[in-house]
Design a protein around this ligand. Sequence first.
Ligand code: ADP
Length: 211
Amino acid sequence: MIGLGRFGSHLAESLAALGREVLAIDRDAQQVQKWSSMIDQVTQADATDEEVLRQLGLSDVQRVVVAIGASVEASVLTVLALVELGIPQIWARATSGQHAKILSSVGAHRVLFPEAETGERLAHLIISRTLDFVEFDEAFAVARVRVPRSLAGRPTSEIQLLKRYGVRVVGIKRSGEQRYRYVSDEMQLADDTILIVEGTIEQIQRFATLS
Ligand code: ADP
C-alpha cells in the first residue's frame, strides 16, 4: 500500500483485518508512526524513487495499490516506477477523470476512483428500491431490490418480470424468512419481499423505481 492517507490507511487496515500481510509505504514520518502498530510493516520512503522501491523488496510483490490522491504528480511517478519494476498488478487510485486517464495510460492495471464509484452507487440506492447492487459490466448487474408496491399480492408467474422489464429473478426472501431461496412460479410477492434480480443497470433501475 503506497500512501497512508484516509483511503490507503482504511484499505490497509481492512486487508490486515482479513489476515493479509500488508507492507505500507508513506513519505510522511507522522503517518508512518501513526500506523506502525496497526499494519505489519510500515516504512517511510518516497515511492516515486524506483531504486528505493527495489531496495524495499517490491520487485517480489504481486499487487501494489497506489493510494496517493492529492498529488497527481507523485501518484503518476509512483505508478511509472512500479511499471519499471515489473509489478504484475498495479492498482492506482484516481481523484478525477483526467487523473484516471493518465494512470491507465502510464500502465496502471486497474484504476480505482472511490469518490465517483461511491457517488454513483449512492445515487442508485437513494432514488430507487435498490438495497445493494454489483455491476459486472454495462450489460450485466445483480441487485437486491424491495418489491414495488404495485406488484405486491401477485404470484411471480403473473408478473412476467423478464418479459416486461428485462430482469430475471434469481432469489427471493419474504418477510420473516432468514435466507434467500430460488424463486418458483406460484410464489406470492408481498410489500416487504426482497428479490435478487439480474439484468442491465437500466433494466434493474426501471424495475426498482416502479411505485
Ligand atoms: P487521502 O485523500 O486518502 O487522505 P492523500 O492524497 O491526502 O489521500 O494522502 C496520500 C498519502 O500519500 C499521504 O499520507 C502522503 O504522505 C502520501 N504520499 C504522497 N506522496 C508520496 C510519495 N511520493 N511517496 C510515499 N507516500 C506519499
